[in-house]
Design a binder for this molecule. Sequence first.
Ligand code: FES
Ligand code: FES
Length: 169
Amino acid sequence: MTVNFILNGEDAEVQTGANTRLLDILRDNFKLMGAKAGCRSGNCGVCFVIVINRENSRESGRVMPSCLIPAFHVRGREVITIEGFSQNNEYQDIIEGFSQAGVENCGYCDSAKILVTEALLEQTPRPSRQEILAAFRGIRCRCTDPESLVEGVLAAAETRRRRVYGRSS
Ligand code: FES
Ligand code: FES
């Protein structure tokens, strides 16, 4: 089947089986390796991408495990991977916030953590600690201690407010 969707802001088309997983399409057809192939069963989060459905705001802008998303599901939707997101100012806010808080990374699930942070701040610009911890529940990270991650997200949110509004608020 032919699947047309928007990938990192550009029109994309792929010929694939209806049930081929988005993770494999990204890695094999588009050579985007930021989403990692971990458990392939929705349990580790390293394959997260952001999926936007302009026709249904309730399911829009969420991080989803690309290892579970069949090709037909992305038809007409937008997909953002870390490669696309890293071109934005919003990405720099998160990098700066994580760096300020000393968030430790081995690199394995960086992209997932960054995209989860983006999806959270997009919906909830001033998240509570509980909301931050809940947002990261889907990622199995061996390196980052939860407290520094919370501080990193709070610092990223503050950095973003300063950039957007010219002051902290
Ligand atoms: S590879 Fe583990 S959730 Fe997708
Ligand atoms: S950054 Fe190392 S496993 Fe998450």
